[in-house]
Design a protein around this ligand. Structure first.
Ligand code: DX5
Length: 221
């Protein structure tokens, strides 16, 4: 089975010293880094784009995930691939031609991620699951860090894990939103193997190393 990995999201990092914050996360055992791209259309926030992916690319050897919370993601796949993303995550809700988006990401030589908002059923992916490398189950409504996990999304994690397991696939099941020491046991038990955390990793109360250790301790065997 997939080893469980912590994936810091830099949305909550201190952008006056982003490089340091990325290196701290790498040193503390992050499996990969997630970059939250938002356009103010698909989600009610504007954050960062390919420029930041390029910058983070220069700070770490870890795999980078570009989480595209943008409309028309198909128009930016090449851009984020060239910026250095290893995994390109598009949202189901803005991919009426999802199979074509998957083909474009693969053509760019990158891993394919598909994200589902809380209201999007897992079975929407049942016909394409064998082509997908990572399913991202949003456990909040995307747009901002620091929100509470939506409990109604928990069964979706198990449904996604079952969809992958029954087909003998090795697709990652990733969760994102309100992931912290309190919610990690539930999402791991439900079948998640990649845990995205923003405010639980980057906050004023503790160092990144302390935060990451606390999160790792919550990954009960
Ligand atoms: C929000 C982003 C999440 C966010 C998670 O739309 O996609 O990755 O950074 O933040 P926390 O972990 O603070 O809920």
């Amino acid at each position: 089975g997939n080893q469980i990995g912590l994936v810091p999201s830099i949305l909550s990092a201190d952008f006056t010293r982003l490089g340091e914050q990325v290196r701290e996360a790498e040193a503390a055992g992050a499996q990969r880094i997630q970059i939250d791209v938002m356009d103010g259309h698909f989600v009610p926030n504007i954050t960062m784009g390919p420029l930041v992916v390029e910058a983070v690319r220069r700070c770490t050897k870890l795999p980078l995930e570009a989480h595209l919370m943008i409309t028309n993601p198909q128009d930016y796949i090449e851009t984020f691939a060239q910026a250095g993303a290893d995994v390109i995550i598009v949202h189901y809700e803005v991919s009426p031609h999802l199979h074509r988006n998957i083909q474009k990401i693969k053509a760019a030589g990158k891993q394919v991620g598909v994200a589902l908002n809380p209201s999007t059923p897992v079975f929407m992916l049942q016909d394409l699951i064998s082509l997908i490398d990572l399913v991202l189950i949003m456990t909040i409504n995307p747009g901002f860090g620091g929100q509470e996990l939506i409990p109604e999304t928990l069964p979706k994690i198990t449904q996604a894990r079952q969809l992958v397991t029954q087909r003998g696939l090795s697709c990652d099941i990733e969760v994102d939103g309100g992931i912290n020491a309190a919610t990690i046991p539930q999402v791991v038990r439900a079948g998640a193997n990649l845990l995205v955390a923003g405010s639980a990793v980057y906050n004023e109360k503790e160092t990144v190393a302390q935060a990451m250790n606390r999160l790792r301790e919550a990954i009960v065997p």
